[in-house]
Design a protein around this ligand. Structure first.
Ligand code: GDP
Ligand code: IMO
Ligand code: MG
Length: 420
């Protein structure tokens, strides 16, 4: 049996905290897509830690963590992160497994990412510049090197061949960067990786499922950043939706049971691209400040706005979401009024669906207003204790989305979560 936790917006919904919270119910926690563009924040013993490559179940001693085939792996980031979690007493050598089919991010992938963004000028994606797009390009272009290739004698030769191809591409961008320091780190990290538990991920996980173990698949990014269904081209390069679990771990669709969709009580986006409910005013500024809305990977300020139910409904549809987890509800505690976008006015016509290319049309969000709850909810533990205004807000979401909000996160702490 497999459950999934994934983001319903443009990432940073609080997936890391939620995976850490739920991990005790599972035997295996597995990442199925994305790479170190992800930044998943957890609080362990009151201390903050941000995970980029390692699944967020790593702080649970008896749980197995798997980096699946759908992930693109930066060995340098992984090595650094292993040192970080080891400082918390985590025995990653025992609990962390890596699929041999996961593709490697090479130093030149990072350089190509940079060159590509520079060449786009004002139309840049706002990539995290971690080499994600170029690494997935090499996967679909059938050029990439995989974790399993590390064990081949010809690994360095294959690496040099690919680097030469990349150099031609970099030359075509007229881009120059000295990557020798990155390469040195890369080969050190590759040696470190050779000592890992590199497994055939699909047999590994299906055997566990057959033995009756419970698997939690951890999404990175968010549904609106999905390469097919997001706000293309301002997206990431993987399938972030629940279907990605099948291709990113080798799990059959009928094995998937619960799909937990995580959404903030408002909305944020980092990087470029359309964001209909964005607030370029003092309310947006207040949410950014109160919510500490700065990227966990790049430190960039996140764009903030009201919750967008048109986009959320779309995300629930493409993911088959069965339960919603609403995070950062406490950030709205001091607002007099809250707004919810329940339709788009597209070129003057009211629509209830996400258009083909959001930035080719003029979208005016239509809002419904709600009274703020003006109560500090961060210490509450019981749904019944929640202010009536908040229950009204949640009730509206439930009815609109036809998927229930089952959990409300009311602070970054490990146990700050209320069951509805
Ligand atoms: P992820 O990428 O989806 O894991 O989310 P990030 O870690 O990038 O960003 C979420 C941020 O919000 C982190 O700093 C979390 O510690 C914090 N956070 C998560 N849930 C809550 C919550 O319910 N309330 C508050 N105040 N902060 C939260
Ligand atoms: P988590 O898992 C928020 C955004 C980038 C950029 C676009 C493409 O922490 O939610 P990429 O580096 O993939 O080429 O960037 O996607 N992006 C994220 N935004 N959270 C993330 O991950 C993100 N990963 C990528 O800002 O707009
Ligand atoms: Mg994040």
């Amino acid at each position: 049996m497999v459950d999934v936790i994934l983001g319903l917006q443009w990432g940073d919904e609080g997936k890391g905290k939620i995976v850490d919270y739920f991990a005790h119910n599972y035997d295996v926690v597995a990442r199925f897509q994305g790479g170190p563009n992800a930044g998943h924040t957890l609080y362990v013993d009151g201390k903050k830690i941000v995970l980029h490559q390692i699944p967020s179940g790593i702080f649970h001693e008896q749980k197995t963590n798997l980096i699946g085939n759908g992930v693109v792996l930066d060995a340098v980031t992984l090595k650094r992160e292993c040192d970080n979690v080891a400082a918390f007493g985590v025995n990653y050598k025992k609990n962390l497994y890596i699929s041999e089919r996961a593709h490697l991010i090479l130093p030149t992938h990072r350089a190509i990412d940079k060159a590509s963004e520079l060449s786009k000028g004002n139309e840049k994606i706002g990539s995290t510049l971690k080499g994600i797009g170029p690494a997935y390009m090499d996967k679909t272009g059938r050029n990439g090197l995989r974790v399993g290739n590390l064990l081949d004698k010809s690994f360095t030769t294959e690496y040099i061949k690919l680097r030469l191809k990349h150099q031609k591409l970099l030359d075509s961008f007229n881009f120059q960067e000295d990557i020798s320091a990155w390469e040195e780190e890369f080969f050190e990290a590759i040696d470190f990786l050779r000592d890992f538990k590199i497994v055939n991920g699909e047999y590994f996980i299906n055997e566990k499922i057959q033995q009756g173990q419970k698997v939690l698949a951890e999404g990175a990014q968010g549904s609106m950043l999905d390469v097919d269904f997001g706000t293309f081209p301002f997206v990431t390069s993987s399938n972030t939706i629940s279907a990605g679990v099948c291709t990113g771990l080798g799990i059959a669709p009928q094995k998937i049971k619960e799909v937990f969709g995580v959404s903030k009580a408002y909305c944020t986006r980092v990087g470029s691209g359309p964001f209909p409910t964005e607030l370029n005013d003092e309310t947006g500024e207040l949410i950014r400040k109160t919510g500490s809305e700065f990227g966990a990977t790049t430190g960039r300020p996140r764009r903030c706005g009201w919750i967008d139910l048109v986009a959320l409904q779309f995300a629930c549809m493409v993911n088959g979401v069965t339960q919603i987890i609403m995070t950062k509800a406490d950030i709205l505690d001091n607002l007099d009024e809250l707004k919810v976008c329940n339709a788009y006015n597209v070129n003057g016509e009211e629509k209830s669906f996400v258009p083909f290319q959001m930035n080719r049309v003029n979208i005016e969000p239509k809002y419904k207003s709600f009274e703020g709850w003006k109560t500090n909810i961060s210490q509450l533990t019981d749904f019944e204790q929640l202010p009536q205004q908040m229950k009204t807000y949640i009730d509206y979401l439930n009815k609109f989305l036809k998927v229930p909000v089952k959990y409300i996160s009311n602070g970054p702490g490990r146990d700050q979560i209320i069951v509805a």
